[in-house]
Design a binder for this molecule. Sequence first.
Ligand SMILES: [Zn+2]
Length: 158
Amino acid sequence: MKCPFCSELESRVLDSRTTDEGTVIRRRRECVICRRRFTTYERIEERPLMVVKKEGNREAFQRDKLMQGILKAVEKRPIDMDTVEAMVGEIERELRDAYDKEVSSQVIGEKVMDRLRLIDGVAYVRFASVYRQFTDVKGFVETVEQLQKYQDSGEGNK
Ligand SMILES: [Zn+2]
C-alpha cells in the first residue's frame, strides 16, 4: 500500500483489528521510509451500488467520497472521527439494504442532512449549501429556516 506522504510502497503493520461486526479489517501502518502513519481498510468486494446524479449520469457509490463530503462539512466543528465513521457506515448499510442496484444522489444527500441536523447546525447548513448548490440567498435562507423550525420544535437539542 503506497504511503500517502512519500509514495513508498512498503509499510509495517502496527495494529490490525476488525470493525463493523467483522466485515472490515482496519490496519494501522507505518511507512518504512518516512515513518509516518496511515490507516488502511480491507473489506469484501461488494457489487457496486450505482448513484444516479441530478444530471442523470451514474457513478459507483464510493464510501470515501461520502466521507469526504461529510468531513468538509464538519471541519473545525466539535465532531470526532468516530462519529463521522459511524455515520458513513450507517448510511452505507441503509443504502445497501434498501437499494439493490441504484439510488439517487438526492436520497444520499437527505440521509446525510438528516443526521447532521441532529448533531450540528453549522455542519448541516454547510453540507446543505454544497449539496443544494445555493445559487442565491433564497436557498440559503430556506435551509436555515428549516433548521430553525427543527430546533424550535425542541427536537434539535436532544
Ligand atoms: Zn512514507
